[in-house]
Write a protein that binds this ligand. Structure first.
Ligand SMILES: [Zn+2]
Length: 423
């Protein structure tokens, strides 16, 4: 039996036992059992190519972050009810305050010693589960990012956290990652905010350390701004991205705009400034079930070659044909799409059709810390199970993430061969 037949047999066996169709409707409940299967083991050991769509602010190991925070006597938790300034269960290193600790904050260690259940409460408040899905998902989702930014960006934590992230990515079989980032500010022990250049230098220093063990591993960045902002504020950010690309041409790939696409301002609204952009534009588009969302079409008109999600593209066959003909890459994030309420049943995800119709699809995890998933393994496996794909289909998606680079493709091919022989 070859690897394709072996995986397919294991998939059928798994589905025969999943009488409640949990894997399609609630992967968070299905995952613990799935992770114990031989099928998961095949996906765990598989070489993974590159992770094309991940937000650095939400891609880390939340449990490790909590253990770091608890190991430090200077981390505080906001235990009071939400205010306009602070989130309930928000964490912060004391250097973040640049002065006295404001009212409402308690020392994390002291608070957890008095109430051990607080640790679990913080974990729950920093993740998103299916029970949280309602029409107000985006404000809740965005609030989660606030809960850890003032602790993750403390430089010693940032370095520890992202060294662990990149090492584990490489162990998971990834050859690299393209991180979206929002002009993040790291701060040091004195509360000094590091410059944008120092941020990038810090990320590259971590990469250098990871490359000592995994020489092929690389990290690149996509600078992000927010959807929903007035169009007049965008040129300044585009100029910032241009300057950063000029300084770091091998690191910064381009410019993206993130956030709820149905915020009332679509890509047509931003098109006049994006058309003038002096930097490559990579764009979240089509992450919507709104029947009036034409962002993929607008992205195509702007000549964008790489689209985050493209979930609603199936509704516009002519646009889909253009996307295919132009070889536009779709960065599909199945589990994110389910948790943000776009696809209640994963078997109905349109990317199954995109892959079968030969579009340039890659698979990513988007915000794995918040969704409590692996960097890429869980999304790949769930796509395989729920979309009735072959391993050859999965391999093609992974190859697509190498963007035609012959050297990377040949490393990947060797890794794949070794993987097939080992299974
Ligand atoms: Zn995203």
């Amino acid at each position: 039996m070859n690897i394709e037949q072996k995986a397919d047999k294991l998939r059928r066996e798994y589905l025969a036992h999943d009488v409640d169709r949990l894997v399609f409707n609630d992967f968070q409940k299905a995952l613990p059992a799935l992770q114990q299967t031989a099928l998961y083991d095949i996906f765990r050991r598989m070489p993974k190519g590159r992770l094309m769509h991940a937000h650095i602010e939400a891609t880390f190991d939340l449990r490790y972050m909590l253990s770091l925070a608890l190991s430090c006597p200077d981390v505080y938790v906001f235990t009071s009810p939400e205010t306009p300034e602070f989130r309930n269960m928000q964490l912060a290193h004391k250097a973040w305050f640049e002065g006295d600790i404001p009212a409402g904050w308690e020392n994390l260690r002291v608070a957890v010693a008095a109430q051990p259940e607080l640790k679990e409460k913080i974990f729950v408040m920093c993740t998103s589960d299916k029970e949280n899905i309602d029409e107000n998902i985006w404000p809740k989702f965005e609030a989660i990012f606030d809960r850890f930014k003032a602790v993750n960006n403390y430089k010693p934590f940032f370095v520890a956290l992202y060294t662990e992230v990149m090492m584990r990515m490489a162990e998971e079989g990834l050859m690299g990652v393209d991180f979206r980032y929002i002009s993040q500010t790291i701060f040091d022990e004195d509360g000094r905010r590091l410059s944008p250049e120092e941020y990038i230098d810090t990320v590259k220093e971590i990469e250098t350390k990871v490359r000592e063990r995994y020489p092929w591993f690389t990290v690149r960045l996509i600078y992000c701004y927010y959807k929903g902002v007035p169009v007049e504020s965008v040129p300044e950010r585009l100029e910032f991205a241009r300057r950063m690309i000029e300084k770091y041409p091998d690191v910064i790939l381009g410019f993206d705009m993130v956030g709820d696409e149905d915020c009332g301002k679509d890509l047509k609204y931003y098109a006049p400034v994006l058309r003038e952009a002096q930097v490559p534009v990579i764009m979240h588009a089509g992450e919507s079930v709104n029947p009036d969302n034409h962002n993929v079409e607008y992205a195509l008109e702007l000549g964008i070659k790489r689209i985050g999600h493209g979930m609603n593209l199936y509704r516009y066959p002519e646009v889909e044909k253009k996307v295919k003909d132009a070889g536009v890459m779709l960065e599909v994030c199945p589990l994110s799409n389910q948790l943000l309420g776009y696809v209640p049943d994963l078997s109905q995800h349109p990317a199954a059709g995109y892959i079968k119709r030969g579009l340039n699809v890659t698979i990513s995890s988007d915000d794995c810390a918040i969704f409590d998933t692996a960097f890429i393994t869980d999304d790949l496996l769930l796509a395989y199970i729920c979309w009735d794909l072959s391993l050859a289909d999965i391999k093609r998606c992974l190859q697509n993430s190498q963007q035609g680079d012959p050297q990377l493709l040949s490393i990947f091919e060797e890794q794949w061969k070794a993987f097939e022989e080992a299974i």
